[in-house]
Design a protein around this ligand. Structure first.
Ligand code: ADP
Ligand code: MG
Length: 682
């Protein structure tokens, strides 16, 4: 669409320099961007028959004026009524503050009115009117509704986009290869863009949407698959040489046997690591499925092949926990593990960085501190990132560039149905740990209302008296006048009063790293029995003696978040419990609590969450890390997404296409995405 990119908005008739500036605020700076500013819904001004309308409908009808208009004025306000007839139905139209219409309401004249219908009183509260003898613009059509604001009004936006379509619509280029247009009987791009703004009828609107959704998903898949192919094609990644016997030595030292699911993903990962292309693999598995040990095996393999490994995690607490557990696992093998977080400073940091660069440290565990500019490795072979959705793609690639194409393993416990994951993260290969280690005592989950709090306290008392520990999670840190939900600071005080015999700790995101660390250390050591916290404990924290998870105002959390929190217990040999305290008012809210009590399988939770919320709000939005589109919806349009993926893969293999004229339309798009013809065919 390069030509339209270079046409400035002022070239559209009726767009002044002032208006141009205002459009910039909407992220619209050229004609292409204006034409791609799609409406989010339509208003229906198509003509209806009064025989088929219902009370309260917003309708548009054509009628004939049969009475004399009556105008009543109330100061600046006015009320205008007139008798009309449509197909033998007589009714009264009423306009508020439209006194200027009065002179146009002459008996016998045809009029088209839109408004709200009241069939009992045979009355239409009209918002506007058009007269066929003067020509109509709106009547009989679907009118787009754009997201507007400030000085840009809805009608100005409609008019301007219309004008742009008239002046420049012919220049809208085709992007999709003809073979796909034919295969799916898609309408041309020109027509589709115009119809998205001004559909003639429902059918054209749907055809336009179908075409543009396919295009969006196809281009997305093409980009992903191109990256993936590039990656696979480049045989310049790290080649790990560790043999099976060496790996087995380490696996045998573990205190348990790997599950079949773990063995399967272990194999997938080692195969990638041994090959000369760089691995880019997503490892997903429910909480407690044993991802950490898989990461440890991969790190072991990189060290035994003569490289260094890095493990990046989202919080300092986790970094410390992983450092401890890796140190324990690797000590017998003489593998050194370093820790680098924001709290490691001064002399300590300097020494650590020097050892890393000289290769004296085999494995470094850390937070974002790992991707600072002055961190160098001698030979980085493998990067593992935990809890992928907390890191942006860019942060991952910064760490990746610290080595020469190291292998990358990304772990996530956000359960995404496998098929969706494969397609959504199209540039990654996906491994899934599909089962949890056997012999775990399942976590019993209960949902209770706030008025049961006394019994919950009794329950806490019982567990802690038996030597166990408990978490109490609150949605807020401190009192808020906007939200009437439990806050951690108040609850901490209440719990101290309720349980004078126990130590009650407090943990939240506004404490310093040192303070948090101290609290967590005490909780690990069972010096604290009850931990009142916000969701900072959500990810990965592992205290096997904790058996009770109480979540206050649980309806405030997303289901996948609740599932993560629940995963903090049930990690040891004891029976564990999760208590959700919530009084949700809506039916869906209640249903969500029930889902939690009915299953403790993360993938099942995700699936039911999806059913309840419907597409468009998958996993509580941003957290999911799923890509977003203008018109397409990754979940609702999932079948199209899969189809588009197949088409992208086969197009990439079609060498003849990439050297033919047919490729022209795509060239521009791919170049914008930094993918070049030379990359696609060698
Ligand atoms: P997650 O996938 O949530 O990161 P972890 O790796 O923390 O899970 O594992 C959860 C717990 O299960 C840990 O205590 C770990 O030692 C243990 N574990 C991992 N794999 C196995 C296995 N195959 N058999 C028994 N326990 C296991
Ligand atoms: Mg984990």
């Amino acid at each position: 669409m390069q030509k339209l990119d270079h046409i400035v908005l002022k070239q559209i008739n009726g767009v002044s320099a002032l208006k141009e500036g205002e459009l910039h605020a909407f992220g619209i700076s050229n004609v292409r961007e204006l034409l791609e500013y799609y409406p989010f819904r339509y208003e229906d001004y198509r003509l209806r028959s009064l025989t088929e309308v219902k009370d309260g409908d917003k309708i548009t009808v054509q009628a004939k004026i049969i009475g004399i208009p009556v105008l009543q004025r109330y100061g600046k306000k006015s009320r205008l009524t007139c008798k009309l007839i449509a197909e033998d139905w007589m009714f009264t139209a009423t306009w508020f503050n439209r006194h200027f219409l009065k002179d146009q309401l002459t008996a016998g004249r045809e009029i088209i009115v839109s408004g709200k219908w009241d069939g009992k009183r045979m009355q239409l509260t009209a918002s506007d009117a058009e007269f066929p003898d003067k020509g109509t613009t709106r009547s009989g059509t679907l009118q787009p509704v754009y997201s507007v604001g400030g000085k840009i009004t809805q009608s100005w936006m409609r008019k301007t986009i219309n004008q742009a379509l008239q002046q420049f619509g012919e220049m809208i280029p085709e992007l999709l290869p003809q073979q796909l247009i034919r295969k799916y009987h898609l309408i041309p791009r020109k027509q589709a863009v115009a119809a998205i703004h001004r559909p003639q009828d429902n059918q054209e609107g749907q055809e336009a949407r179908r075409r543009m959704v396919f295009e969006e998903l196809f281009l997305f898949q093409l980009k992903m698959q191109a990256f993936r192919a590039l990656n696979r094609g480049r045989m310049n990644g790290v080649v790990h040489t560790t043999d099976n016997a060496t790996i087995r030595e380490f696996v045998r030292s573990l205190p348990f046997e790997l599950t079949d699911a773990q063995k399967k993903v272990e194999l997938e990962i080692l195969q990638d690591m041994r090959s000369p292309y760089s691995m880019n693999r997503l490892l997903q598995g429910d909480v407690g499925s044993g991802k950490t040990v898989i990461a440890a095996i991969a790190l072991f393999a990189t060290v035994r092949s003569g490289f260094q490994g890095a493990l990046m995690v989202p919080t300092e607490i986790l970094a410390e926990q992983h450092t401890r557990s890796l140190q324990k696992l690797f000590e017998p093998f003489g593998i050194s593990v370093g820790l680098l977080t924001g709290s490691v400073t001064g002399r300590k940091r300097k020494d650590l960085l020097a050892s890393l660069q000289m290769g004296l440290i085999d494995i470094v565990v850390g937070t974002h501190a790992l991707i600072q500019e002055d961190v160098f490795f001698r030979q980085l072979g493998l990067v593992v990132t935990d809890e992928q959705h907390r890191f942006g793609v860019n942060q991952r690639s910064v760490l990746r560039r610290k080595g020469y194409n190291p292998d990358v393993l990304t772990m996530t416990a956000t359960p995404i149905p496998r098929t969706l994951a494969i397609t959504a993260f199209g540039d990654m290969d996906v491994s899934t740990i599909s089962e949890r280690p056997k012999g775990r005592i399942p976590i019993s989950t209960y949902w209770v209302k706030h008025d049961m709090m006394d019994r919950v306290l009794g329950f806490i008392s019982r567990e802690v008296s038996q030597g166990r520990q408990a978490y109490l999670i609150c949605p807020l840190i401190e009192e808020s006048d906007k939200l009437d939900v439990q806050n951690a600071i108040d609850l901490h005080i209440q719990m101290q009063q309720a349980f004078p015999g126990f130590k009650v700790g407090l943990l939240h995101g506004r404490m310093t790293a040192g303070e948090k660390e101290e609290v967590m250390r005490s909780f690990y050591a069972n010096e604290i029995q009850l931990l009142v916290s916000t969701t900072v404990v959500e990810v990965g924290v592992d205290v096997p003696n904790a058996t009770l998870m109480v979540i206050m105002d649980a309806d405030r959390f997303g289901l996948s978040q609740l599932h993560q929190l629940r995963g903090r217990v049930g990690r040891g040999a004891y029976a564990s419990y999760c208590v959700l305290i919530a009084d949700p008012k809506s039916e869906i809210g209640q249903e969500r609590m029930k889902v939690m009590t009915e299953t403790d399988d993360g993938f099942e939770v995700a699936r039911r969450d999806l059913d309840l919320r419907g597409p468009g709000d998958f996993f509580g939005t941003k957290q999911s890390g799923l890509p977003e589109f203008r018109l397409a919806d990754m979940v609702a349009d999932f079948e199209v997404l899969e189809q588009a993926r197949e088409d992208a893969v086969s197009l990439l293999q079609d060498a003849a296409f990439w050297t033919s004229q047919a490729y022209e339309g795509l060239r521009e798009y791919l170049q914008q995405e930094q993918i070049f013809q030379g990359d696609l065919i060698d």
